[in-house]
Design a protein around this ligand. Structure first.
Ligand code: C5P
Length: 308
């Protein structure tokens, strides 16, 4: 018999969108996207241990806001993997959160990606990576990126991932709100606004060039999010957050995904701390965090307590 581990710990990152261009909805109501994802150093840790049935416990930032019933994306990932691979055993999942809940940073998607990887290892399924990516796509548009991490371009519904060349390390200030925004509601507000006219959303070449050059000043000039106006309609106070990051001397700022988190770019780690302090003092956010990027996608940190 091959060795089995008593537990597998996997870490997956949250993300921000450096650019998010949105086209008109298709017949399923989904919008074609052209986006640049960057994985940031706020992580979700998922520890999977053997059990007869599937179960879940959640701790960390915003844990009390996370559903632990069958709607939880990590449990849905576990069930999808069970069905795909014909697995009859269960597992206990312990999620430790750092990524804000419903913040536009894909924390739930990171949980799902980490769960797929952890259970693939725990159950020793020997799946191809492409199979995990396909399962990830079925769970949600942001889940494949959580597997890939680093900096990447997302097309299709945001679920078709191409790694992007990116030099250097970026320092972000993340203004997080206590109350999240619902992604479908933000897309619906975007549609009500008339949305964008372009059938096929396009990324700006300048943004891609800035990443290639590792130039934070140029990157800051090209941060863009087509959902920003819709999110501001739903949550006008986000205008105060964007203004506060500008007053604090950030190079630029952008709404992440469907919000409400605002990501502001700083020159270096010390600058990020000073921007964060000023934004905190402005009392426009529930919390103000700093993070570096890019960081890797979902990865096994350790197989705990290997047994023969
Ligand atoms: O794929 P995911 O479950 O994360 O998407 C949540 C919701 O966001 C969808 O139900 C849809 O309303 C909206 N969405 C969209 N177009 C996309 C991605 C998400 O309209 N490309």
């Amino acid at each position: 018999m091959s060795p089995a581990s008593a537990g597998v710990l996997v870490r997956a990152p949250g993300k921000i969108n450096l650019a998010l261009r949105v086209g008109p909805p298709d017949e399923d109501g989904y919008h074609p996207l052209a986006t640049v994802f960057q994985a940031v150093s706020l992580h979700e840790d998922v520890l999977a241990t053997p059990a007869a049935e599937l179960s879940l416990a959640v701790t960390g930032r915003g844990a009390d806001l996370v559903p632990t019933d069958g709607t939880n994306l990590a449990l849905r990932a576990a069930r999808l993997l069970q069905e795909h691979a014909g697995v009859t055993e269960g597992a206990h999942l312990e999620i430790t959160k750092q990524v804000p809940v419903a913040g536009g940073m894909a924390g739930g998607s990171a949980d799902a990606a980490a769960t797929l990887l952890a259970l693939e290892q725990l159950w020793q399924l020997g799946l191809e990576r492409s199979e995990l990516v396909e399962l990830a796509r079925q769970l949600g548009a942001d889940v494949p990126f959580a597997l890939t991490g680093q900096t990447a371009i997302g097309t299709g519904r945001g679920d078709v991932i191409t790694p992007a060349m990116c030099r250097g390390s970026y320092h972000w200030v993340l203004a997080v709100q206590d109350t999240g925004l619902s992604t479908p509601e933000v897309f619906a507000a975007f549609d009500d606004d008339g949305g964008r006219l372009a059938e096929q959303p396009q990324l700006d070449d300048e943004l891609i060039a800035a990443l290639l050059d590792g130039d934070p000043l140029a990157l800051a000039r090209h941060l863009v999010n087509d959902l920003e106006a819709a999110a501001l309609d739903l949550r006008p106070e986000l205008g105060d957050v964007l203004a506060a990051t500008e007053r604090a001397g950030a190079l630029g700022a952008v709404l992440s995904g469907s919000g409400p988190t605002v990501a502001a770019l700083a020159v270096d780690a010390a600058h990020a701390e000073s921007v964060a302090e000023v934004v905190r003092a402005a009392e426009v956010a529930g919390d103000v965090l700093v993070a570096t990027a890019p960081v890797p996608g979902a990865r096994v940190l350790e197989a705990v307590g290997d047994v023969a």
